[in-house]
Design a binder for this molecule. Structure first.
Ligand SMILES: Cc1cc2nc3c(=O)[nH]c(=O)nc-3n(C[C@H](O)[C@H](O)[C@H](O)COP(=O)(O)OP(=O)(O)OC[C@H]3O[C@@H](n4cnc5c(N)ncnc54)[C@H](O)[C@@H]3O)c2cc1C
Length: 257
């Protein structure tokens, strides 16, 4: 069969616009495809929810690909290793009650798990704002990352959602936006408290505790949860990110039914 170049273009456009249009209204819209966002997406997808993840970068996966300082190994604790094993990641027992996994394998399989559960990942799209009606976040405002990088003045598009998750990692970008525009999050100061310096033992615990709804319709998980609540970072130990993703999915399922 001869290959028609223009047909290649048409096939890309037909499939992309069909799928994008189908995801302009979802149950859950997730900003950021790091480990926390990917785990949440898989759990929600498996529960039958329509999920879209918007990821600024070309490669979804966030900070997990590189392990610690680009040594491609991550550490997790016993309580969280089941989340990796559910998607077929080979986990090895190490010292100090810790477990290790190949960071590339873990990232790839968490991503594949989210996709297989029905979540749609839209890469090279940045979340630049939320939709808010009657005091509730009800969707995301997105733009091409290339538009953002070039600093072009181009109006964005909107995605309706029953729940929104900020899984943007350290910068906690969606929470910053909501704090700035709505004035108050459910934190002690009502603002993003700001991430504290490294303390893995505390950070790993608080990242799960701090996962939750911080404004009507807006949930935060992963590293963003600690940044928003003023808790420590924890470096290349990823159990809290995985458990945070699992917890936020559970909370949203309880809320949406
Ligand atoms: C690129 C990168 C490399 C890192 N490397 C290391 C490392 O080598 N060692 C280490 O200890 N820690 C590293 N970290 C930090 C650590 O990996 C994170 O703390 C951990 O991955 C947090 O997981 P998370 O799921 O909360 O979010 P992250 O893994 O941080 O993922 C967040 C994702 O959200 C995306 N995002 C952010 N804002 C927006 C937006 N507005 N719209 C759409 N998408 C958005 C980001 O591109 C990213 O993919 C890195 C983080 C990043 C983002």
């Amino acid at each position: 069969m001869p290959i028609n170049d223009v047909e290649v273009t048409r096939n890309i456009l037909d499939r992309f616009f069909k799928e994008f249009r189908e995801h302009t209204d979802v149950d859950v819209a997730i900003a950021g495809a790091g480990p926390a966002g990917m785990v949440a997406a898989r759990k929600l997808g498996n529960a039958g929810k329509k999920v879209a993840i918007f990821e600024r970068k070309l490669s979804p996966g966030g900070g997990m690909w590189g392990g610690g300082m680009t040594f491609p190994v991550i550490v997790v604790q016993k309580e969280s290793k089941h989340i990796l094993e559910e998607v077929g990641v080979r986990v090895t027992e190490a010292s100090g009650g810790q477990y290790t996994a190949d960071s590339v394998e873990a990232t790839a399989k968490l991503l594949a798990g989210a996709i297989d559960a029905g979540a749609r990942v839209f890469n090279t799209m940045s979340v630049e704002d939320v939709m808010m009606k009657e005091g509730k976040v009800c969707g995301l405002v997105i733009n091409w990352s290339a538009v953002e990088v070039a600093g072009l003045h181009v109006d964005p598009l909107t995605i309706g959602a029953k729940a929104v998750i900020d899984a943007t990692g350290h910068p906690s970008e969606v929470c910053h936006i909501v704090q700035r525009k709505a004035g108050k999050l459910s934190t002690p100061s009502g603002k993003v408290e700001g991430e504290k310096s490294m303390w893995a033992e505390v950070g790993e615990q608080t990242v799960v505790e701090n996962t939750g709804e911080v404004f009507p319709g807006l949930f935060v998980t992963g590293m963003a949860a600690n940044a928003v609540h003023g808790a420590p970072r924890m470096g290349p130990i990823f159990g809290g990110m995985l458990l945070g993703g699992e917890k936020v999915a559970r909370q949203i399922l309880e809320e949406l039914g």
